[in-house]
Unconditional design. Structure first.
Length: 280
């Protein structure tokens, strides 16, 4: 039987395991520890206060599926309100700055996000790598800033269509992972998200065999980077996951959950993905 409790330091634990950002990390399957499914919604630049009720509806669905970890990363303007309205539900951010403070107009530090109510943040999303020209070293620094603030990180990696067509997908993703990998990484606070850039928001999804191959290579690279403990780091799939394809994707080996974009904006679309994860 699983139980969740808060430590004296304010961290969440489940059966003695430290939870990053309020998340469970493990489940028991036939006497062994295996990674629990983790479904995270990335609202991107969508959502006003009028949409806060959608988060409450999603949190209610998540509460009925305690075997799955569920979170939402709304725009920064909604983090505080979402966290206050949904205590115990995992609210995260979509990005953070690597500095603690300073002359960085328009940026938000990890400590600021934590104070607002976020327990973790996405970093290195392909849209920021492309639109804001973020490099691997900057993404690495952001992960380390989140760790220093006592928060979790979801580190995104992925290849473009041109790179995949050129047969370079595995090399691109594993090198990107290695160069973006934060110091002191552990499963307590770090999650990896593989998002093929050409599949994000397009409705296109790679074959299950391609997903399996890439997740296996990411798992292998994690072993090289971390050694012991790498198997406990969860690897999410992102890129047009929805209620129709979630069950197939979540059944792929080394797919420990999903980072979901458009389908996470409403409970009607996100709920079936959570249910698929519960059944996986």
């Amino acid at each position: 039987m699983w139980f969740k409790q808060k430590t004296a330091e304010g961290n969440w634990q489940a059966n003695g395991y430290l939870l990053a950002g309020g998340h469970h990390k493990y489940k028991k399957i036939e006497g062994i520890m295996a990674n629990r499914k983790y479904i995270v919604g990335n609202w991107k630049m969508n959502g006003l206060r009028a949409q806060l009720s959608n988060i409450a509806d999603i949190a209610a669905i998540a509460a009925n599926h305690e075997g799955v970890d569920v979170g939402i990363c709304p725009p920064v303007t909604l983090i505080a309100a979402a966290a206050q309205a949904n205590p115990g539900f995992a609210i995260g951010a979509q990005d953070c700055h690597f500095a603690e403070s300073g002359a960085h107009t328009g940026c938000v530090s990890a400590a600021m996000l934590k104070e607002a109510g976020a327990g973790y943040s996405i970093i290195g999303h392909s849209e920021r790598r492309a639109d804001q020209q973020e490099g691997d070293s900057e993404v690495k620094a952001k992960g380390e800033a989140l760790r220093a603030a006592g928060m979790g990180a979801i580190l995104c990696v992925g290849e473009t269509e041109e790179e995949r067509d050129a047969g370079q997908a595995i090399e691109i993703v594993t090198v990107q992972l290695a160069r973006s990998f934060p110091a002191g990484a552990s499963a307590d606070w770090l999650t990896i998200a593989y998002e093929p850039v050409w599949a994000i928001g397009t409705g296109r999804v790679p074959d299950a065999s391609d997903v399996a191959e890439m997740h296996a290579e990411i798992r292998k690279k994690l072993g090289e980077l971390m050694g012991q403990g790498s198997e406990a780091v969860r690897i999410l799939y992102g890129g047009s996951m929805n209620g129709s394809n979630a069950a197939e994707l979540l059944a792929v080996p080394n797919v420990d959950g999903g980072l979901v974009g458009g389908a996470s904006l409403t409970a009607a679309k996100f709920g079936p993905i959570i249910e698929a994860a519960a059944a996986a």
